[in-house]
Design a protein around this ligand. Structure first.
Ligand code: NDP
Length: 302
C-alpha cells in the first residue's frame, strides 16, 4: 500500500517515511523540489495523485520559528499560504481523483487554543467565536481547508503539540545550548508545554491511516501536562547537564518578535482525550523523562 506525504522532506515527514516503510508501505512525497520518490506540487496539480495512493498525510508548512528569520508581513503570508493554500490545492486533487484514497491525515497545531494556564483543552472544548491571535486563525483556516475533504474521504486532523525528536523542531534548537551548559527554561518557565515524542506521533498517524473508526480532530500530545521548566529539567538531566540558565522573555521578543515569541513564552494545557478514551492509544513515551532519555539515547547510541 502506498502513502503520499506532503512536506515529507521535513522533520516529521522524514521520521514518518522511515516508520511507514518499516511497516511495509511504499512512500512518495510531495515537495517543491523534484527527486527520488518525489512529485512536485506542479505535477500534483497537473496530473493528480499517483495512481494507487492508499492514504495521504499533509505535513506541509513554512517553518514558523526558522532561526534567523524576520517576522515580516511577507513571512507571515508564506507561513499562512504554505499551509492553507497548499492544503486547498491538495484537497482539490483528493476530491477530484477517480479512485478515492482511504484515509487523509492533515496536521494542525495546539496554537488553535488560546495560551494560558487556566483551561485544560480537549477536542471537545468549544473554540471562542473569534480566534485569539494569528496562530489560532491560521490553525482554524488550515483545519477548515483539510476538513473539506471529509465529505468524501475519511479525514483526521492532528492538532500537534511540540514534537520532540532528533533532527528538527525544539530539540534541534535546544540541543547544543544544553550540551554547552547554557540550557534552561524559556521565558518564565511556568508556561505549559504541550509536547509529544516523535515515535508516538508517527504511531498516531499510522493509527489514523489504518483504523477505519478514526476521524475528526485528535489532540496530538502526550497525556502528561508539563511546564517549560519541567522540560528543561528533564532534558538537562538526560544530557547530564544543568538546566538553570533561563532564556528571558525580552530576548525571545527580540529574536522572534513579540507576536511569534508568544508560541514559546506561553503555552496551553492540552489533553489527548480522544486518543486515550476512544482509541485506547498506548503511548511509548508518556512521560517527559522517558521521552528526553530516548532523544539523547538516539543522538549518542551506545
Ligand atoms: P519542517 O519545517 O521540518 O518541514 C515542513 C516541510 O514543508 C518542508 O520539508 C518543506 O518541504 C515544506 N515547506 C516548507 N516551507 C514551504 C513553503 N513555503 N511552501 C511549500 N512547502 C514548504 O516541519 P515539521 O516536519 O517540523 O512539521 C510538519 C508540519 O507540522 C508543519 O506544518 C508544522 O507547522 C506542523 N507542526 C510541527 C510541530 C513540531 O514540533 N515540529 C508542532 C506542531 C505542528 P520541501 O522543501 O520538500 O518542499
Amino acid at each position: 500500500r502506498s502513502v503520499l506525504i506532503t512536506g515529507g522532506s521535513g522533520f516529521i515527514g522524514r521520521a514518518l517515511q522511515y516508520y511507514l516503510r518499516q511497516k511495509g508501505y511504499t512512500v512518495n512525497i510531495v515537495s517543491r523540489k523534484p527527486g527520488h520518490n518525489t512529485i512536485t506540487w506542479e505535477h500534483l496539480s497537473k496530473s493528480g495523485l499517483p495512481p494507487g495512493t492508499h492514504a495521504v498525510v499533509n505535513l506541509v508548512g513554512q517553518n514558523i520559528l526558522q532561526p534567523g528569520s524576520i517576522w515580516t508581513e511577507q513571512y507571515k503570508k508564506d507561513v499562512y499560504s504554505s499551509r492553507v493554500n497548499r492544503t486547498q490545492d491538495l484537497v482539490k486533487q483528493l476530491l477530484a481523483s477517480q479512485d478515492k484514497v482511504k484515509a487523509f491525515v492533515s496536521f494542525s497545531g495546539v496554537g488553535i487554543y488560546e495560551p494560558g494556564s487556566n483551561t485544560t483543552y480537549t477536542e471537545h472544548t468549544d473554540l471562542p467565536s473569534k480566534p485569539a491571535d494569528f496562530f489560532a486563525n491560521l490553525a482554524r483556516d488550515w483545519e477548515a481547508a483539510a476538513l473539506d475533504a471529509s465529505k468524501d474521504i475519511r479525514t483526521t486532523i492532528v492538532r500537534s503539540g511540540v514534537v520532540l525528536g532528533n533532527g528538527g523542531g525544539m530539540i534541534k534548537s535546544s540541543f547544543w545550548p544544553f550540551f554547552f551548559f547554557a540550557g534552561g527554561p524559556m521565558g518564565s518557565g511556568t508556561q505549559p508545554l504541550p509536547w509529544i515524542h516523535i515515535h508516538d506521533m508517527v504511531r498516531i498517524i499510522r493509527l489514523a491511516i489504518e483504523k477505519e473508526n478514526v476521524s475528526g480532530v485528535l489532540n496530538g500530545v502526550a497525556p502528561q501536562i508539563i511546564t517549560n521548566a519541567d522540560f528543561a529539567r528533564a532534558f538537562g538531566s538526560a544530557l547530564g547537564r544543568p538546566a538553570i540558565l533561563p532564556f528571558p522573555r525580552f530576548a525571545l521578543n527580540l529574536i522572534f518578535s513579540p507576536e511569534r515569541a508568544r508560541i514559546v513564552a506561553e503555552g496551553q494545557k492540552v489533553q489527548p482525550k480522544r486518543l486515550l478514551e476512544e482509541y485506547k492509544f498506548d503511548y511509548k513515551y508518556p512521560t517527559i523523562e522517558g521521552a528526553c532519555k530516548e532523544v539523547v539515547r538516539e543522538f549518542w547510541p551506545k
